[in-house]
Unconditional design. Structure first.
Length: 124
């Protein structure tokens, strides 16, 4: 059985995804795309009035596909949304992958940790 390719091996294949990366500024500065502020917000999961979020941190040990599939499994989002979250976590160091009630967020975090991804539940 061949090991899965690492995230960095997938970068050439991702060039067709029209992702624009901006140069990093001074330490601590948030990197954003034009018209974007801060972390991406979930688009296909509506949790109005939720007080908690799950933050997924960058991971250099799992393949892009492994992280994407686990995010999909944990957050119940589409493949394209899971890819956006994975890309954001990789390039910005973290990404909000779920918003909801504390119990829901703890469940999502538990699923992400099944493959030892680094994440935390944080209050909004």
């Amino acid at each position: 059985m061949q090991p899965l390719p690492s995230f960095n091996e997938n970068l050439p294949a991702m060039k067709d995804m029209n992702i624009t990366l901006l140069n990093a500024g001074p330490p601590g500065e948030t990197i954003t795309s034009p018209g974007e502020t801060g972390l991406l917000e979930p688009t296909d999961i509506d949790h109005i009035g939720s007080d908690f979020r799950v933050i997924l941190y960058n991971d250099d040990f799992h393949s892009f596909e492994e992280v994407t599939e686990q995010v999909k499994k944990a957050a119940g989002c589409s493949t394209s949304r899971a890819e956006e979250i994975t890309i954001e976590a990789h390039f910005k160091g973290r990404a909000i992958c779920f918003r909801g009630e504390r119990g829901e967020c703890q469940r999502v975090c538990k699923v992400l940790r099944e493959i030892r991804l680094q994440c935390e539940v944080d209050a909004d």
